[in-house]
Write a protein that binds this ligand. Structure first.
Ligand SMILES: Cc1cc2nc3c(=O)[nH]c(=O)nc-3n(C[C@H](O)[C@H](O)[C@H](O)COP(=O)(O)OP(=O)(O)OC[C@H]3O[C@@H](n4cnc5c(N)ncnc54)[C@H](O)[C@@H]3O)c2cc1C
Length: 426
C-alpha cells in the first residue's frame, strides 16, 4: 500500500524524524524544487531540554511540544505523514511505514536516539527513562503516585522507599532532574503532604565516571556538585548501577539503595529501523557518515543529528549529541541539497560550538561559552534566556516565561496532576 504522496516532476526527499535536525532541514528547504516528505511517529516537535520540567510538574507538555502541521502551514512543497517507519530498503529506495510505503530519490535519516540500558533488562523493565514527552509525563505520574502510596503505608521502610529517588547518570539531564526534585522536596512536597516527613526522603545521583557533567570543565563540574550538595542531593560518583530488584538499586560495590523511583539518564543509542541497521554504524548505534553527512558508501542516503556519527579529526568519537549539532548539520545539508540542485559542489560540515550549560535549580546554573565560564545567578539567567529563545512558537515562549515567573515568585509549581487514561485511580 503506498503512502499516498502525489506524483511530482521534482526529486523527492524523504526525511524521517521531525526532531531538531529534521525540522530545521525541512524548514531550510522551503521554496526549493524538491518534493519533501516528512515522517514522524508524533504529530508534534518536542523540546527535549525542558522534559525535566514536565517531569517535575513545572511545565505542561503542551508548552514544550509544537504541532508539525502548524509549523509548516505555509510550506507548499511538503507532505507530512504521521506514522512509524518500520523498514527501509536501500537497494529499492523504499521506506516502509505502518501506513504504507514511499519511494525516495534522497533519504534523510534524522531519527535521534533512545535510552540505552546497556542490555540490563530488569532495569529496562522497571526504570523510568525520559526520552519523550510521554515518558516525562509518566515520570511525573510515577513520582506523585509513590507519594500518595506512602500516605497509606504504616511500614517506615516502605515509606522511605516510596519517597526516595535514585537518578542514574550525572550528565545535564540527571543533574537538572536531581536539582528540580530536591527543590520540590524543600518548597512543595511538605506543604502538599503534611502527613509525610520529607526530611526522610533521599535523592541519590549515581554517576559511573569520577565526576558529574564530565563533558564540561572541572570547575563547572565541581560547582554543580557543590550546588547539588547544598540542595541535599547525595552524589555517588565512580560507581555503576548493576541491577534493580525488590525496590533495591544494586551498585557494583555490593551496596544497594532503597527506592521505588529509579530514573535512568545514563546513556542513549541511535534509533535505527530495520534495513538501516544494515548500513555501516559505529558506537552507540550511530550511522557512520562523511563530512557531508552522507552515510558511508551511499550516494543518496544522509543521516543528521544524534543518529549520525562523523569521526573527524577534532571529534574522533563523533560530535556531541546535542541540539546545536543537529540544527547545524541540518542547515549544512539543506545548503548542500540546494547546491546539488544547481550542480555546484557540496561544502563539508564544520561544527561551531556555541558552548554548553546546565541548571541545577533556582539561581543556580553553570555556563561555558567558548571564551568565558561563569556560574550562579547570572548563569541561571543566561540558561533561561537561551532556552526560552530556542523554543518553537511565540505562545509557548510566553507560556513558559509566565510559568517560570510564577514558580519563582511563589516557590511552587502548580501542575502536580496525575494524568492517566480511564476513569481514575490505580
Ligand atoms: C532529557 C533530555 C535533555 C536534553 N537537554 C539538552 C540540552 O539542554 N541541550 C542540548 O543541546 N541538547 C539536549 N538534549 C539532546 C538533544 O535533545 C538532542 O541532541 C536532539 O534532540 C537531537 O536531535 P535529532 O533531530 O537528532 O533527534 P530528536 O530530536 O530526538 O528527533 C528524532 C525524531 O525522530 C522521530 N522518530 C524516531 N524514530 C522514528 C521512526 N522509526 N518512525 C518515525 N519517527 C521516528 C521521533 O519521534 C523524533 O521526533 C537533551 C536530550 C534529552 C533526552
Amino acid at each position: 500500500m503506498p503512502l499516498n504522496i502525489p506524483e511530482s516532476s521534482f526529486q523527492r526527499i524523504v526525511v524521517i524524524g521531525a526532531g531538531f535536525a529534521g525540522l530545521k532541514l525541512v524548514r531550510a528547504l522551503k521554496g526549493t524544487n524538491y518534493q519533501l516528505v516528512l515522517i514522524d511517529r508524533n504529530n508534534f516537535h518536542q523540546f527535549q531540554p525542558l522534559f525535566y520540567q514536565v517531569a517535575t510538574a513545572g511545565l505542561e507538555p503542551s508548552a514544550i511540544s509544537f504541532p508539525l502541521r502548524k509549523i509548516f502551514q505555509q510550506q507548499t512543497n511538503l507532505h507530512i505523514r504521521l506514522t512509524e517507519v518500520l523498514n527501509v530498503n536501500i537497494a529499492e529506495k523504499k521506506v516502509y511505514t505502518t501506513l504504507g510505503e514511499v519511494i525516495y530519490d534522497v533519504l534523510v535519516i534524522a531519527t535521534g536516539a533512545d535510552t540505552n540500558f546497556f542490555g540490563m533488562n530488569k532495569i529496562a523493565g522497571a526504570a523510568l527513562p525520559m526520552k519523550t514527552v510521554g515518558e516525562a509525563l509518566n515520570l511525573r505520574n510515577s513520582i506523585l503516585k509513590n507519594y500518595e502510596a506512602a500516605l497509606t503505608s504504616d511500614d517506615p521502610q516502605e515509606i522511605e522507599t516510596l519517597l526516595n529517588t535514585v537518578i542514574v547518570g550525572g550528565g545535564p539531564t540527571g543533574v537538572e532532574l536531581a536539582g528540580a526534585i530536591a527543590e520540590m522536596r524543600t518548597f512543595v512536597l511538605p506543604k502538599d503532604y503534611p502527613e509525610l516527613n520529607f526530611r526522610e526522603m533521599k535523592i541519590y545521583l549515581v554517576e559511573a565516571s569520577s565526576r558529574i557533567l564530565s563533558a564540561m570543565s572541572l570547575s563547572s563540574s565541581e560547582k554543580a556538585a557543590d550546588f547539588l550538595q547544598k540542595l541535599g542531593v547525595n552524589l555517588i560518583t565512580g560507581v555503576q548501577v548493576t541491577g534493580y530488584e525488590d525496590d533495591k538499586v544494586m551498585l557494583h560495590t555490593g551496596e544497594f539503595l532503597h527506592a521505588r523511583t529509579l530514573i535512568w539518564a545514563a546513556g542513549i543509542k541511535g534509533n535505527l529501523m530495520g534495513g538501516a541497521d544494515e548500513l555501516p554504524a559505529g558506537r552507540g548505534n550511530r550511522l557512520l557518515v562523511d563530512e557531508f553527512n552522507r552515510v558511508t558508501g551511499q550516494d543518496a542516503v544522509y543521516a543528521i543529528g544524534d543518529i549520525a556519527l562523523c569521526e573527524s579529526g577534532k571529534f574522533p568519537g563523533g560530535h556531541p549529541q546535542v541540539a546545536q549539532v543537529a540544527i547545524q548539520q541540518a542547515a549544512n545539508l539543506a545548503a548542500n541539497l540546494r547546491r546539488i540542485a544547481k550542480s555546484e559542489p557540496m561544502k563539508p560540515f564544520r561544527y561551531s560550538d556555541k558552548g554548553s550549560m546546565a541548571t541545577i535549580g533556582r539561581n543556580k546554573a553553570v555556563v561555558e561559552l567558548p571564551f568565558l565560564k561563569f556560574q550562579g545567578f547570572f548563569a541561571w539567567l543566561v540558561w533561561m534566556f537561551v532556552h526560552l529563545m530556542s523554543i518553537v512558537g511565540v505562545k509557548n515562549r510566553v507560556l513558559i516565561f509566565i510559568n517560570w515567573l510564577w514558580n519563582y515568585m511563589t516557590y511552587d509549581q502548580s501542575l502536580r496532576l496525575i494524568m492517566k487514561p480511564g476513569k481514575g485511580n490505580s
